[in-house]
Design a protein around this ligand. Structure first.
Ligand code: AR6
Length: 169
């Protein structure tokens, strides 16, 4: 696992993850950036899929992106923390990794799912992301590398702190 500061649309990994909505309709944030960079064929493929439940994920081609595939996952909208948001967010990471492994995609980059428009507090979301991915990678040979793609210095600081805490005894 590593944290990098980057625009996820520039990463030449096997799969990038999109923070989508349950209707799989192009929105703002990282979703808008991915659609802009991938091209209009992406929305056509998503229309054929039709939708995705919160905490689940679907996979598409990546069209004009340098990545090979896009995994679209739907994070929870933050509602104060008592509506199962943490479990749903963890499910996004687990489901996306399982989908990547099932498609022989060995390197995967995640944005900080739910922490933009959906309002999930960045510190809590980062800890869930790192802990869930670490747990899922334990005993998993199908994934070589997970990149936490940070949009801005604040996100990078949070991820670096969470990753450093992982390696301490
Ligand atoms: N590369 C990497 N990370 C990015 C990029 C980028 N190009 N752009 C933004 N981020 P958000 P959400 C970060 O709002 O909260 C859409 O309308 C951003 O700083 O993209 O899950 C969808 O259609 C933040 O840390 O996703 C849904 O309706 C993180 O990506 C809704 O927003 C996630 O922010 C999903 O909201």
């Amino acid at each position: 696992m590593q944290a990098v500061a980057a625009d996820i649309t520039t990463l030449a990994v096997d799969a990038i993850v999109n923070a989508a909505n349950s209707r799989l309709i192009r929105g703002g944030g990282v979703d808008g950036a991915i659609h802009r960079a991938a091209g209009p064929e992406l929305q056509e493929e998503l229309n054929a899929i039709g939708g995705c439940d919160t905490g689940q994920a679907v996979i598409t081609k990546a069209y004009r992106l340098p990545a090979r595939r896009i995994i679209h996952t739907v994070g929870p909208v933050w509602q104060g923390g008592m509506k199962g948001e943490a479990a749903l967010l963890a499910s996004c990471y687990r489901t996306s990794l399982a989908l990547a492994a099932g498609h022989a995609l060995r390197t995967i980059a995640f944005p900080a799912i739910s922490t933009g428009i959906y309002g999930y507090p960045l510190g809590d979301a980062t800890e869930i992301a790192v802990a869930t991915v670490a747990e899922a990678l334990r005993g998993e040979d199908a994934i070589d590398r997970v990149v936490f793609c940070c949009f801005g210095a604040e996100a990078l600081r949070h991820y670096q702190r969470a990753l450093a805490a992982m390696v301490k005894p």
